[in-house]
Design a protein around this ligand. Structure first.
Ligand code: PLP
Length: 454
């Protein structure tokens, strides 16, 4: 009776052979990164002190539409890709919606999320360059885990600065990273200058992503043959994640189906950029139209309530300035915020697309996110990551809208990962102890007041 299969797999040979670079089809490009001291556009040479050479090239390439995926990366991808496109028949039935719901599942690897798609690419380029060590930060822990796996594969030493509250709340994430050979330091630590400064200024602080980034950058600069890598926000990361969207597009073509609405959660914007990549390409070239929705937490609403301005990417102000939708580099979500997606800014590419009204955004409250997560787990079986559940929330809302209007729209969302390490958050929800704290305008004003003058 069902007209499309529950799962659509591509064969190994259908795995994309090149990433797609959205910027190539954007008439107005994202603004360039600026040197935080001089406020002049950064040069490749400046960036190469911090990032791998090839990653810098990809970061600054606004014109090449397709960038070949090197064979060693493609071979690694084959261990867990192509990932399935799943028709959520059971969720549709529970909602009694005429909408057709699909999701692209990225949780099918040990790191539990899409982040491995970029981790393996960045580790490969570091190895090619002859580097010994990589440093990074991790918040919830998925990125640190992904990079640990990638570094183990290519024989690189991995140093992870983990936001202190996650380090304490998620001991098993930490242990997974150590099992893959990484060393994991709670941030802010006493091992870096910036960490010592932040600890002195804010005694007892449980850390933030912006602070862990500064520590990881400092550590990379001080190690003899190391670079820093980032798991979201940057153009190169969005580029690597385009493998998600390219596979999704290929699977839909196999099915003879065209999605109407594409939905993804947005923290720094990498999975959403990746999922929408070939579709927004068609939209920018005027070939097709899609509704694209970025979903963010109401407690960290960078697109829906942020400013489109140049801002620091990190607390220590060592990284380049990026023009993006931002809540200010000092913004820290309310302490009861449990759903991830807590970065203060947003990918420059997604920010520019949002500013051009090519994509929409909405903010959802965390109790409604966990309600959606629970319904999804009970109907579709997979326990979703809280981050992914933001996309599930918005998908359910769209499907219920279809129920009211009787429209049979096709919706696809990114199921970016699984939630096994997020059971403290689920526990709070199950115990009825989760509430929604939404920042007041005055809370946000403090962050905006600190935006740099450019
Ligand atoms: C990191 C993460 C996100 C958010 O990051 P983006 O760069 O916005 O994609 C979403 N879901 C999961 C499971 C993650 O680990």
């Amino acid at each position: 009776m069902n007209t499309t299969p529950y799962k659509t797999y591509l064969s190994e040979s259908e795995l994309p052979s090149a990433w797609y670079n959205i910027r190539a089809d954007m008439k107005k490009k994202p603004a360039p990164l600026l040197n935080p001291q001089t406020k002049a556009p950064v040069t490749a040479e400046e960036l190469e002190h911090v990032f791998c050479r090839e990653c810098v090239r990809q970061e600054m390439d606004d014109t090449t539409p397709y960038i070949p995926i090197p064979e060693p990366i493609r071979d690694f991808y084959k261990m867990y890709r192509p990932s399935p496109l799943v028709r959520a028949y059971f969720l549709e039935r529970a909602l009694e919606t005429p909408a057709k719901i699909y999701y692209k599942f990225e949780g099918n690897n040990t790191s539990g999320s899409h982040k491995l798609n970029s981790a393996i690419a960045q580790a490969y380029y570091a190895k090619e360059q002859g580097l010994d060590d990589l440093t990074t930060e991790t918040g919830a822990g998925q990125w640190g885990t992904a990079l640990s796996m990638a570094c183990a594969f290519f024989g690189l030493k991995c140093h992870v600065y983990m936001v202190k509250c996650s380090y304490e709340q998620k001991p098993f994430r930490r242990e997974v990273m150590r099992t893959y050979g990484a060393d994991v330091t709670p941030s802010p630590s006493m091992t870096t200058e910036i960490g010592r400064r932040i600890n002195a200024e804010f005694p007892g602080t449980t850390g933030s992503l912006g602070c862990a980034i500064s520590e990881a950058v400092e550590a990379a600069i001080k190690l003899p043959n190391a670079r820093y890598v980032l798991g979201s926000v940057l153009n190169q990361v969005c580029l690597h994640q385009s493998v998600i969207g390219l596979e999704t597009q290929a699977a839909f073509r196999k099915l003879g189906v065209k999605p109407d609405v594409i939905i993804g959660c947005a923290g720094g914007g990498s999975n959403l950029s990746g999922l929408i990549a070939p579709f927004i390409g068609e939209k920018l070239r005027g070939e097709e139209d899609y509704r694209i929705i970025a979903v963010e937490p109401a407690s960290c609403p960078s697109l829906t309530r942020g400013r489109y301005a140049y801002d620091y990417c990190d607390t220590g102000k060592v990284c380049p300035l990026q023009k993006m939708y931002t809540l200010g580099a000092g913004y820290i979500p309310p302490p009861n915020h449990a759903g991830g997606l807590r970065y203060h800014g947003m990918s420059a590419t997604l920010s520019e697309l949002y500013d051009q009204k090519q994509i929409e955004a909405c903010a959802v409250e965390q109790t409604s996110v966990f309600k959606a997560a629970t319904l999804f787990a009970r109907t579709e079986g997979t326990l979703p990551a809280p981050e992914s559940s933001h996309a599930i929330r918005a998908t359910i809302d769209e499907a219920l809208r279809c129920k009211e209007t009787g429209k049979e729209e096709t919706i696809v969302f990114g199921l970016t990962g699984t939630g096994y390490f997020d059971m403290m958050a689920y526990q709070r929800f199950n115990d009825g102890q989760m509430n929604d704290v939404i920042p007041a305008d005055a809370d946000l004003a403090a962050g905006f007041a600190q935006l740099p003058v450019v």
